[in-house]
Design a protein around this ligand. Structure first.
Ligand code: HEM
Length: 144
């Protein structure tokens, strides 16, 4: 295998973390989740990893939001539109190292800080959702 084809594999393997509570979708609904992801992508737009993302960030945010609707307990919009998520595989074209992961998490954190007020995110589920993002983002890292 040539150098370029060797991907870093996080030593812990796939994340062992509970899926976020389906109550999150039950409380927020689809509109709030799409709004939260639009604001998250607006954060990414001004971040140091902006270059990895497509020009149209609102459009990109909608694709991600479809995934988060299902993840948070709603209908499987992403699966229906785009098929199996295979998230680690879909992130392979982008060089994601620990620095990029931290920037990504910081952008999400900026949005979560006032998510209960802005998007009706149920605050009791925030700690577990943060844990999920920390664990799952580790599995997207493909570059040492
Ligand atoms: C570790 C830091 C991460 C970075 C730097 C990152 C970066 C990216 C990039 C560059 C794209 C492609 C955007 C596009 O072409 O539209 C993408 C797509 C996506 N990401 Fe991430 N990502 C990270 C973690 C995550 C995590 C933890 C999740 C889910 C919990 C996630 C969910 C998604 C989804 C649903 C898409 C859309 C996939 C598709 O194009 O079909 N990402 N991400």
């Amino acid at each position: 295998m040539s150098e370029e084809q060797q991907f870093y594999v996080p030593p812990g393997g796939p994340p062992r973390v509970n899926a976020p509570s389906p109550e999150i979708y039950a409380v927020m609904g689809e509109k709030n989740i799409f709004a939260m992801l639009a604001d998250f992508y607006a954060q990414l737009e001004t971040s140091s990893i902006r270059g990895m993302f497509p020009r149209d960030m609102l459009r990109a945010s909608r694709k991600s939001a479809a995934f988060f609707v299902g993840l948070l307990g709603g209908p499987p919009l992403y699966h229906q539109k785009y098929g199996s998520p295979m998230m680690r595989a879909r992130h392979m074209p982008f060089p994601i190292d620990e620095v990029a992961r931290q920037v990504w998490l910081d952008c999400f954190e900026a949005v979560l800080a006032d998510a209960p007020e802005k998007y009706s995110f149920p605050p009791e589920h925030l700690p577990q959702f943060r844990q999920f993002l920390v664990a799952f983002s580790g599995w997207m890292v493909n570059k040492a």
